[in-house]
Design a protein around this ligand. Structure first.
Ligand code: SAH
Length: 372
């Protein structure tokens, strides 16, 4: 992998790696490093890059100096070590778009430690498998058009569970604060005196697009990216047709990502084309992104709605519209599905054990130990 990285780097900086270079690179890596230190290097030469290779411990020390420029005299450890809070706590945890390996380590740890886990519709069975055996589980998901539990009821449940002193984890697909009502849960709980810790997750837009080789802000194609919801109805939002300033959305140098846009796609596409976005704009719809059941429909803005309908895509589907979609590579989509289908189950104990023994586990778990 590292070798590939170096070789890619090589080709982009105008030397052509020949077999001799490949051997030199391999030798340098195998030899172990420890010369140099990771100061800036002239990337024009492979030799310079090889001389600058350094060990992991050197890299850690260098980054410590570069990134942790502490105020002189301040004791960082003490500053970090917040006293354990006595307030009831709820963890609002994002689990990413579906691929188990896109979970954060923090999400994994909290899932393992939880006494009570509230989960919703987007959480895959593979991710749920990583919850600790002691946890009691509660489904609080919503189906389109069928609200299993009103949001108010979820708020109250979270509050009651939190006050038992148990470790309550609310799992949410993607990032908990992107179109997931995590913000509302946070506000409600904090008003009731509950301490809410939010664990960010990889949101569907970035996780899915990146895995398909669609860089959301490739600078040749897009200056910005905008996430919008196509959700048909909501207490707080206007109907799709009236919700947006279409002329702002119809910017050919912007990537538009639509969450929950399956049922309103024809309206959304019409709003955009009426506002002047070319009907030929490359567009994608992705169902079950990053998982073994992923399906991708690639079309243009004016043909996407029909293509999605004939493919009978269902929720969850993410829509990406913009010139960056011209970089979409179907081979990557196939690779995502193949990798997800053959991925071995993640062994949470092994992953967490590895981190503990690497000493990479710092403040939070120590805090918990003190609190317990
Ligand atoms: N909080 C989530 C979004 C919740 S809204 C996040 O940050 O990703 C739910 C919508 O997200 C779905 O209707 C769909 O548009 C999108 N979505 C989430 N996961 C997805 C997936 N694996 N594949 C396709 N779309 C997904």
């Amino acid at each position: 992998m590292f070798l590939q990285l170096l070789l890619c780097l090589g080709s982009s900086v105008s030397f052509r790696p020949v077999p001799h270079h490949r051997r030199a690179v391999a030798r340098a890596i195998m030899r172990g490093c420890g010369r140099g230190g990771s100061g800036p290097i002239a990337l024009g030469s492979l030799d310079d890059a090889l001389k600058a290779l350094h060990s992991k411990s050197q890299a850690r020390a260098d980054q410590e100096a570069r990134l942790r420029k502490s105020v002189e005299g301040a004791d960082e450890t003490e500053a970090d070590a917040v006293a354990p809070s006595c307030a009831p706590t709820v963890y609002l945890v994002g689990v990413g778009p579906g691929d188990v390996e896109l979970l954060t380590v923090k999400a994994l740890r909290l899932m393992q430690e939880a006494d009570l886990v509230l989960y919703d519709r987007l959480i895959t069975p593979e991710i749920l498998a990583l919850v600790g055996a002691q946890a009691a589980m509660l489904y609080v998901g919503k189906e389109a058009g069928l609200h299993t539990r009103p949001q108010d009821e979820i708020h109250e449940l979270l509050l009651s569970f939190a006050t038992t002193g148990k470790t309550v984890v609310r799992l949410k697909g993607g990032d908990p604060t992107v179109f997931g009502r995590g913000g509302e849960e946070m506000e409600y709980l904090e008003r009731q005196g509950v301490d809410v810790r939010v664990v960010p997750g990889i949101t569907a837009a970035s996780g899915i697009a990146a895995a398909l080789g669609v860089p959301l802000t490739h600078r040749d194609h897009a200056d910005s990216v905008r996430f919008i919801t196509g959700h048909a109805r909501s207490e707080n939002t206007a109907p799709v047709g009236e919700r947006y300033a279409w002329e702002q959305l119809a910017d050919p140098k912007m990537t538009l990502v639509i969450y929950m846009g399956l049922s309103t796609l024809p309206e959304l596409a019409k709003g955009l084309t009426d506002a002047g976005l070319p009907g030929t704009t490359p567009s994608l719809a992705v169902q079950d992104g990053t998982t073994a059941t992923q399906r991708v429909v690639c079309a243009t803005l004016e043909t996407l709605a029909d293509a999605v309908q004939s493919a009978q895509l269902r929720s969850p589907t993410l829509i990406v519209i913009g010139q960056v979609v011209s970089l979409y590579d179907p081979a990557r989509a196939n690779a995502v599905v193949a990798a997800a289908a053959s991925a071995p189950a993640v062994n949470a104990d092994a992953v967490l054990g590895m981190l503990r023994s690497a000493g990479g586990w710092r403040v939070e778990s120590q805090r918990r130990l003190t609190a317990d």
